[in-house]
Design a binder for this molecule. Structure first.
Ligand SMILES: [Zn+2]
Ligand SMILES: [Zn+2]
Length: 273
């Protein structure tokens, strides 16, 4: 004997009433068909109807992308600052040595090489991202040709500039400023870093500091307690870092206790002498 549910009593997709429902939306609870079931990056194991999946509070990674799209980030301002420093250095060197055909003035002019790159970077020209990596190398090669004895020194100077350049080049937030496609994984990492319970990170930081500086313990305890109330894995987007909040809270409580246990006997012992 088979149990047949009449067609009129089956769940139907809210958008396509002629199609049977394949499930319910995680947010609004409405029925959706197989076509309408939508998954959202960063929210695995949850399915939404199309309308809910398009909401910025549900598709929070897309909302994050739009929030930073074309918006200048900290690195853009940092590059602008270095560019300004290069201009000041060139001006100072030229007033010191004067502009003539000597090697010294050529060396000073070398500091003007990053200026167009820096300006283009600040204005969001995409070629400047790659030029930013090449500029320190070009400068080191030219400087090495001008002063061959100091080649090793120039190569050493170029290393930190290259490392910072690579870091900027790979930075998801900076890529959003240049309006480049950023994969959901990188968006998720950016969201984790900036918006996933930052208070818990503070609690952990203050917790560890309070072991050395017990005066910071109350801050660790307060941050940990507040962060703990914010943890909600069922929220959209899910808020985590429960472990960090608890660790910060415990360290904030244990830190002063350790001081009290270790330091107090030492201090009271000293008074006996
Ligand atoms: Zn829905
Ligand atoms: Zn449908």
């Amino acid at each position: 004997m088979s149990l047949e549910v009449p067609l009129s009593q089956q769940g139907r997709c809210a958008v396509h009433p002629d199609l049977p429902a394949g499930g319910t939306c995680f947010r609004c609870g409405g029925f959706f068909c197989a076509d309408c079931a939508t998954s959202v990056p960063g929210l695995v194991a949850r399915l939404y109807c199309r309308a809910c999946a398009a909401r910025p509070d549900v598709n929070y990674l897309e909302a994050l992308r739009q929030r930073y799209w074309g918006k200048r980030d900290g690195w853009a301002w940092w590059v602008a600052g270095v560019t300004l420093l290069c201009c000041v250095a060139t001006a100072a060197a030229l007033t010191e040595w004067g502009l003539d055909a000597t090697k010294d003035s050529l060396f000073a002019l070398l500091f003007l090489v990053p200026v167009p790159v820096g300006v283009a970077f600040f204005l969001g020209k995409r070629w400047a991202r790659h030029a930013l990596l090449a500029t320190p190398l070009v400068m080191a090669v030219v400087a090495g040709a001008l002063v061959p004895d100091a080649r090793f020194f120039f190569a050493l100077c170029v290393m930190p500039a290259l490392l910072i350049g690579v870091r900027i080049h790979r930075d998801a937030r900076n890529q959003l400023f240049f309006q480049l496609p950023v994969p959901p994984r990188a968006l998720k990492a950016l969201w984790e870093q900036r918006f996933n319970n930052p208070m818990a990170q503070q609690a952990l930081r203050f917790g560890f500091s309070s072991v050395l500086m017990p005066l910071l313990a109350p801050i660790a305890v307060i941050c940990g307690a507040v962060a703990l109330t914010r943890v909600d894995p069922e929220a959209t987007p899910p808020i985590g870092r429960r472990g960090q909040a608890i660790t910060g809270l415990v360290l904030g409580l244990v830190g002063p206790l350790l001081w009290w246990l270790v330091l107090l006997p030492l201090l009271s012992g000293r008074t006996h002498f």
